[in-house]
Design a binder for this molecule. Structure first.
Ligand code: UDP
Length: 479
C-alpha cells in the first residue's frame, strides 16, 4: 500500500493578494511534495479576476477549492471600519461555517494552514486535534516587526509615528517610524488592537511558513529563529521558508490587447504601472502621475482605477472588477490623445505576470505588495517603489536600500502627493539612467537566486520538506 498522503487544509481570507499565494503554495505542496490539499477560500464576491485565477491555478492538478461565503459583519463592524478590522471580523464570524465544512470533509485534513487573517480558526485545529501553521504571505522582516509588536506595545510609550529613533527589533534591521505597517500608525485606533490580536494568533501557531528564501533575508530569518523576537512573545516557533511562492510565467499562446500592444514595442522600453489588486490614488495624485508619465516620454502600460480621496486601498474588496465601460474622465484633459502612441491605459485589472515577463517591459512602478514585488524579481524587472498601505513601506525600503533594485519617491507618508517632476525623474532614472542599469543587473541576480532557492536542491524546497516532517511528527505525537 502506498504511504498515506498528508492532507493539508489551507484557509484563505478574502482578497486576490491572499488568494494568489495560497493557490500557489497549494500547487507547490501538491506537485513538489505529493501532498493532498484542500483550500477553504472565504469569499466576499466572486470577481472575474478571482474566477480566472481559480481556473488557472487548479488546472491539471487535483486541488479542491471550497468557497465559503464570508459571514455578514454589518451588525458587528461599522461600514467605515478599516480593512484589517473588517477582514478579521469577517474571518472570526466565519469560523463556525469553516468548522462545519471541515467536519463534513472526508477524509478529514491532517493539518491546518491559515493566513494571518485566519488565526481565529486555530480553535478548529484544536477541536480536531490537528497541528496548525500560519502562512505569512509577506517577508521575514515584516514578520519580525509583526510578532515583536507584542513586545513593542509594552516597551514603547506614545505613538510609534512620533518616535525620534527607529524601532529596534532584536537581530533585525530597525524599522523607522515612517515605515511601520498601517495598523501601527495610530495606537488609539481599534485597528491596532485587532492587529496585536492577530500577532498573538500568529505566535500561537505550531510553525510559520514565510514567503521568502534564506539568501534574501538571512538577517531577519536568523533573528526570528535564534534571537529574542519569538521567544519573547510566547514561545519559540519554528520558521520555514517556502518562497518565492509566486506565479510562474507560462506562455499560453492566447493574447489579449495589452500583450498585442506590447508585441509592437521595442525591447525594455515600457514601464508597467500598477497598484495591485486594491490600490487607489487621490485625483490630485492621478493627475501628477499622468503628467509625470507623459513628461518622461517613455512608453507605459498603466492599470488605472477611479480616484479615492481618503483611502489608498479603496477597491480592496472589489478587486479586479472593472466598472463596465471605463470612462477616464478623471485623467488630465487630453492625456489619452496626447499619449496615444506611447502608452496604454487599462481599466482596473491586467495580466500582470504576462506583462512583467514581456520582453518590451523594462520597469515596474509598483505599490510594493509582496506578490507584485516577487513577480517583478522573478521577471528580472527593476522597480519604482511607490508604497501605499499595509507593510508596503517596509518592502519599499528593502527594495531600495538593501536589495538596490528600485528607486522610490522622496516622501514616505502616504498622504503626501508625489509631484509630476519627481515622477518624470524616477521614470527616466529607471528606464534610461546608469542607476537603472545597475538596478536591472541586481534584479537579474536576485531572479537567479530565487530560482535556485525553489529548485529541488534549493533552500526553500528543503525547508518545505522540514515543515512536512514536522507535521508528521506532531501528528504521530498526538496519536
Ligand atoms: N494583479 C494582477 N493584475 C492587476 C493587479 C494585480 O494580476 O491588474 C495580481 C498581481 O499579479 C499579484 C496580486 O494581484 O499577484 C496582487 O498582490 P500584491 O501582494 O502585489 O498586492 P495586494 O493587491 O495584496 O495589495
Amino acid at each position: 500500500m502506498p504511504p498515506k498522503k498528508l492532507h493539508a487544509a489551507i484557509i484563505c481570507s478574502p482578497g486576490v493578494g491572499h488568494l494568489v499565494p495560497v493557490l500557489l503554495l497549494a500547487r507547490r505542496l501538491i506537485t513538489h511534495h505529493n501532498l493532498h490539499v484542500t483550500i477553504l477560500a472565504v469569499t466576499t464576491t466572486t470577481s472575474t479576476a478571482e474566477s480566472q485565477l481559480l481556473t488557472q491555478f487548479t488546472a491539471g492538478i487535483h486541488l479542491p477549492v471550497i468557497k465559503i461565503p464570508a459571514a455578514d459583519i454589518s451588525s458587528v463592524v461599522s461600514p467605515d471600519a478599516k480593512v484589517v478590522k473588517k477582514l478579521c471580523a469577517m474571518m472570526r464570524e466565519t469560523v463556525p461555517t469553516i468548522c462545519n465544512t471541515m467536519s463534513s470533509m472526508d477524509p478529514r485534513p491532517d493539518v491546518l494552514i491559515g493566513d494571518i487573517f485566519s488565526t481565529e480558526s486555530w480553535v478548529i485545529a484544536e477541536k480536531f486535534g490537528m497541528p496548525k501553521y500560519v502562512f505569512i504571505t509577506g517577508n521575514a522582516w515584516f514578520t519580525g516587526l509583526f510578532t515583536y509588536s507584542l513586545v513593542l506595545d509594552k516597551k514603547v510609550e506614545g505613538q510609534y509615528v512620533d518616535q525620534k529613533e527607529p524601532l529596534e527589533i532584536p537581530g533585525c534591521k530597525p524599522v523607522w517610524p515612517e515605515e511601520i505597517v498601517d495598523p501601527m500608525l495610530d495606537r488609539d485606533d481599534e485597528d491596532y488592537r485587532v492587529y496585536l490580536n492577530q500577532a498573538l494568533g500568529v505566535t500561537l501557531a505550531d510553525g510559520m511558513l514565510i514567503n521568502t528564501w534564506e539568501n534574501l533575508e538571512p538577517q531577519s530569518l536568523h533573528a526570528l529563529r535564534n534571537n529574542e523576537i519569538l521567544t519573547s512573545c510566547v514561545k519559540n516557533t519554528p520558521v520555514y521558508t517556502v518562497g518565492p511562492i509566486t506565479k510562474k510565467y507560462e506562455p499560453v499562446g492566447l493574447k489579449n490587447d495589452v500583450i498585442e500592444w506590447l508585441d509592437k514595442q521595442p525591447e525594455s522600453s515600457v514601464i508597467y504601472v500598477s497598484f495591485g489588486s486594491g490600490g487607489t490614488l487621490s485625483s490630485e495624485q492621478i493627475t501628477e502621475l499622468a503628467w509625470g508619465l507623459e513628461m518622461s516620454r517613455k512608453r507605459f502600460v498603466w492599470v488605472v482605477r477611479p480616484p479615492a480621496e481618503h483611502i489608498n486601498n479603496g477597491s480592496f474588496f472589489k478587486y479586479g472588477e472593472s466598472n463596465g465601460e471605463a470612462d477616464y474622465d478623471y485623467l488630465p484633459e487630453g492625456f489619452l490623445t496626447r499619449t496615444e502612441n506611447m502608452g496604454l491605459v487599462v481599466s482596473s485589472w491586467a495580466p500582470q505576470v504576462e506583462i512583467l515577463n514581456h520582453v518590451a517591459v523594462g520597469g515596474f512602478l509598483t505599490h510594493c505588495g509582496w506578490n507584485s514585488t516577487l513577480e517583478s524579481i522573478n521577471s528580472g524587472v527593476p522597480m519604482i517603489a511607490w508604497p501605499l498601505y499595509a507593510e508596503q513601506r517596509m518592502n519599499a525600503t528593502m527594495l531600495t536600500e538593501e536589495l538596490k533594485v528600485a528607486v522610490r519617491p522622496e516622501v514616505l507618508e502616504a498622504k503626501k502627493v508625489v509631484g509630476r517632476e519627481e515622477v518624470e525623474e524616477m521614470v527616466r532614472c529607471l528606464m534610461e539612467g546608469e542607476e537603472g542599469k545597475t538596478m536591472r543587473e541586481n534584479v537579474k541576480k536576485l531572479k537567479k537566486e530565487a530560482e535556485l532557492a525553489r529548485s529541488v536542491t534549493g533552500s526553500s524546497y528543503i525547508s518545505t520538506c522540514r515543515f512536512i516532517a514536522d507535521c508528521w511528527s506532531r501528528i504521530h505525537r498526538s496519536m
